[in-house]
Design a protein around this ligand. Structure first.
Ligand code: ADP
Ligand code: MG
Length: 454
């Protein structure tokens, strides 16, 4: 197979049916295919600590799936670290594959923009109509009506897409415009480094010398005073000079924890607009446009089936569609339109099973598996560092997600009879670690997504 991305998609389909749901979603799905040679397939982990775990836990399954797709000719899997983490030159590999990445439209420009997200391929529905109109307005009139434009809403609903679309439109209309897209994490990390290394000028030069600043997922802004302060100054500087700022978040500014009052007031100063959940019509239209962009023939009934089954998250809908497409390529090489029979077969493991009920036991099982422990260990008295942390994480989520029914005492009891003060200590500790350690915070988001099935 000439396209390694497609190859990996097919391997994913097999792996999904062979591994447990949690293992698949935690370790396999985030892997990024980098390159494929005659005997080796290179995959990049999304976080450094995943490499070790995947090599211990899933390497043989991965290699067996790859070999299967390769028609029985053995393929080894080479797991590499994220770029910049001493990966065995994944950068070179990426360079070599630039053209292919280009084809799959998954690459980023130096200014952080992803060309694949445009207004042209954004489907307008009642849930996102306002956000879309404001975004177009901003792209046409930088720094005029909505500044900042603040778009908020749940996971996978199109915030990032709209943000890139603004950048791409501005870039097209005015190739000289200085545009910068950053995730909030990158922004805060660079800010923290600048404060630490005492190089604020460099940071300021980078962030204040632009016409359009796009900051994604601002809810991760650190609660540290200094970070917020510098952000406030950056914001003011751009704003006073009539430069456009666009920000996204999973919630309204006033609901972001530990945000200073003046920052809340700055962020709400433009117009916060929310993106809601798509209705059935919009979901089907989005899926259809995705299928058409790949020249895939697919029956409407199948799109409705996917939209109905996944409902609230467009990213997951797309994921289900990709699974169906990968499966149909395996069993339907003649390319007849994808029908319900193929779709239900392809999705039987993913959609067929009903959503697990969220309970303390489910949280324990998920967190234990995520960290390669057993539930018994999690509820034991053992206190090795990693185990203690996993236990604290599970306690934290038990309260966070089941706070209406589970008390500190009941959670303690379900963890092998721990005291309520142990539980409250765990919650405090995890909360603090999330504020202090962005990698840990990312992992927590990951786990929460698995638990809430988002
Ligand atoms: P968010 O940032 O809100 O979590 P994203 O912008 O990453 O969500 O969107 C998730 C996926 O759904 C992306 O692949 C995006 O292209 C797609 N998507 C969301 N809304 C739309 C839409 N209205 N039209 C087309 N694709 C959409
Ligand atoms: Mg996003």
């Amino acid at each position: 197979m000439e396209n390694y991305m497609e190859f990996w998609e097919q391997a994913l389909y097999i792996l999904e049916s062979r591994l447990s749901d949690i293992t698949f979603r935690t370790w396999i799905k985030p892997l990024k295919p980098l390159n494929m040679t005659e005997d080796t397939f290179t995959l990049q982990v999304h976080v450094p600590f995943a490499k070790d775990i995947i090599e211990k836990k899933c390497l043989s399954e991965i290699e067996s799936a790859l070999t299967f797709i390769n028609g029985g000719v053995p393929l080894k899997a080479n797991i590499v670290l994220p770029s910049g983490d001493n990966a065995p030159s994944p950068v070179k590999v990426e360079e070599k594959n630039e053209e292919k990445n280009d084809k799959s439209n998954n690459f980023k420009l130096p200014n952080g923009l992803m060309p694949r997200y445009t207004f042209e391929n954004f489907v307008i529905g009642s849930n996102n109509q306002m956000a879309h109109a404001a975004a177009v307005n901003v792209a046409n009139n930088l720094g005029a009506d909505y500044n900042p434009l603040f778009i908020y809403g749940g996971v996978g609903l199109g915030k990032t897409h709209l943000m890139h679309a603004i950048g791409n439109r501005v870039c097209k209309d005015n190739p000289n415009a200085k545009i910068l897209y950053v995730s909030c994490e990158t922004f805060t990390n660079e800010l923290i480094d600048a404060i630490k290394d005492k190089t604020p000028e460099k940071f300021r030069h980078k962030y204040r010398n632009i016409d359009l600043l796009l900051i994604d997922d601002i809810q991760f802004i650190s609660s540290k005073q200094a970070t917020q302060e510098e952000f406030f100054f950056t914001f003011n500087d751009l704003w006073q000079n009539g430069k456009q700022i666009v920000i996204t978040s999973d919630r309204h500014p006033s609901s972001i924890q530990n945000l200073t009052k003046r920052l809340v007031s700055r962020l709400t100063g433009g117009l916060p607009i929310d993106i809601g959940y798509p209705n059935m019509e919009t979901s089907v239209a989005i899926l259809r446009s995705k299928a058409e962009s790949q020249n895939i023939a697919i029956e409407n009934e199948v799109l409705r089936y996917i939209a109905e089954a996944v409902k609230t998250n467009i990213r997951d809908m797309e994921g289900a569609l990709t699974t169906v497409i990968a499966y149909s390529r395996l069993i339907n090489p003649d390319g007849k339109p994808i029908d319900m029979e193929m779709a239900t077969m392809a999705l039987k493991d993913t959609l067929g099973s009903s959503k697990p009920e969220l309970t303390v036991e489910y949280i324990q099982q998920t967190v234990a598996e995520y960290h390669s422990f057993t539930v018994e260990e999690l509820c034991s008295k053992k206190k090795t560092k990693d185990l203690a942390l996993a236990r604290q994480i599970a306690m934290y989520f038990s309260r966070k997600l089941l706070g209406n029914t589970e008390t500190l005492v009941s959670v303690g009891n379900k963890f092998g009879g721990k005291d309520h003060s142990t539980v409250s200590h765990a919650i405090e500790l995890v909360g603090k670690k999330m504020e202090d350690d962005p990698t840990f915070a990312t992992m927590m988001i990951d786990i929460e997504k698995i638990l809430t099935n988002k």
